[in-house]
Every structure is written in C-alpha cells, then in structure tokens.
Design a protein around this ligand. Structure first.
Ligand SMILES: C[S@@+](CC[C@H](N)C(=O)[O-])C[C@H]1O[C@@H](n2cnc3c(N)ncnc32)[C@H](O)[C@@H]1O
Length: 211
C-alpha cells in the first residue's frame, strides 16, 4: 500500500467514520425496550439520508435518567449529530427542563442548539429546511388527549413548509389509548402523500416518493 492510500485510509477512519445505530443506543436503551427498534431505524435513516438539520420538540428534561421513561432523544440525536457533522435544534418551553437537557448533553453541545420557546412559534419562524423532525413535546394524558394531539398537529402544520421530499418525521408516544400524540399528525401527513414506515410506540413517516 502506498503512502497516498494509507493517508486516505487514515483520513477516512478519523474524519468520516459513521458509527452504526447500536453505538448511540448502547447503555441507553435495552434491545427489548419499546423505543429501541424505532430509534435504531431513525438513526439508520439519518445516516443514509445524510441529515444535517435535525429538529426535536420537547427536550430531554430528565437528562440521562429519562431514557426509559421519556426516551432521552436529545442525548441520542445530539450524539449522532456530533459524529455526523449535523446540527440538532432542541426546543422546549421550560427553561429548567432545558437546563437539565443541556447538562446531560454537554459532550455534544457544539452540535446542539438549545431554544427555550413554545415549539409552534419556533417552528413557524424556523428558516431552514428540516431533514429530520421529531415531535415529542406537550405531554399526553389519556384522560384529556386533545390538548396534546392538537398541539402536535399545530407543530406539523408549522413545520410542514420546511419539510422536503427526503425528510423523515418521527412522533413519540403513539400507541396509547385514544391515539397518542400522533392521532392528528399521522392523518395530516398521509393526506399529503406520506407513508408510515414504522408503526409502534414511535411512528416514522417518509414521503411516498422517497426510498
Ligand atoms: C416528553 S418530554 C420530552 C422528552 C424528550 N423528547 C426525550 O426523549 O427525553 C416533553 C417536553 O415538552 C415540553 N413542552 C410542553 N409544552 C411545550 C410547548 N408548547 N412547546 C415546547 N415544549 C413544550 C415540556 O416542557 C417537556 O420538557
């Protein structure tokens, strides 16, 4: 092997190495957890589609204590963004929840923008195209599902102009009585030519025309 080939190999392994999805889930989600397979698929899609702009509504308010209960998405997607030259925008209405999330995602903070705001106002004025959108804000209550379902509908309506043909949308807390957070979001997207590619506790949708 000549010097040029050795240099290329070293450059590739140092700068271009992309870890498999399992790397970002290890010691965070057990393989049999209700979010493992969908987080795994989402991470795979992020890598395959070379996502650069990732937006999540609802930050990891319990830090690394929230993997099982809430998901720990800011830490997982922040870690991925850090290894893939992407930016994660995490928006939350609560500044104390954002502080917790910041503390837990410090190693990846160069690749995370923390925004304290109502998610709908934030999405309405977001200026960039969104490659991956994760909806997980307003808490869902089975006894009072409409406030959360309406809020998530307004989020997708606000974000929709910034989605493109290769965007991915994932929604948390879906397979719950009375439809969960995706109850209104999923039909909204299907009516516009999107299809479900993963349907469990989290639901993933892509445009019908994309791979
Ligand atoms: C379920 S937690 C998010 C969990 C996080 N995605 C994770 O995986 O760890 C929901 C968050 O949504 C936030 N939230 C509630 N209403 C909101 C709103 N109108 N705009 C933005 N965030 C909101 C709450 O403050 C809370 O931190």
């Amino acid at each position: 092997m000549n010097y040029r080939a050795i240099f290329s190999l070293l450059f590739f392994s140092v700068y271009c190495f992309s870890y498999p999805p399992e790397f970002y889930l290890k010691n965070r989600h057990p393989i049999n957890s209700h979010r493992y397979s969908t987080f795994h698929q989402a991470l795979q899609l992020l890598t395959e589609r070379n996502a650069k702009v990732v937006v999540e509504t609802g930050t990891s308010r319990f830090g690394s204590n929230g993997f099982i209960g809430d998901g720990g998405s800011t830490i997982i997607f922040g870690d991925w963004a850090c290894h893939n030259s992407a930016l994660l925008y995490t928006v939350d209405i609560s500044s104390s929840n954002m502080d917790q999330s910041k503390n837990a995602s410090t190693p990846y903070s160069n690749n995370i923008r923390y925004i304290v705001s109502d998610s709908i106002s934030f999405l309405k004025s977001f200026p960039e195209k969104i490659d991956f959108l994760y909806l997980d804000s307003y808490d869902y209550e089975v006894g009072n599902p409409h406030p959360s379902q309406n809020h998530h509908l307004k989020e997708i309506q606000a974000a929709y102009p910034n989605l493109h043909d290769n965007s991915v949308v994932m929604i948390d807390d879906c397979s719950l009585p009375k439809g969960g957070k995706g109850f209104l979001v999923i039909p909204y997207l299907i009516e516009r030519g999107w299809k479900i590619i993963a349907n469990s506790y989290q639901v993933i949708l892509v445009k019908e025309t994309s791979q």
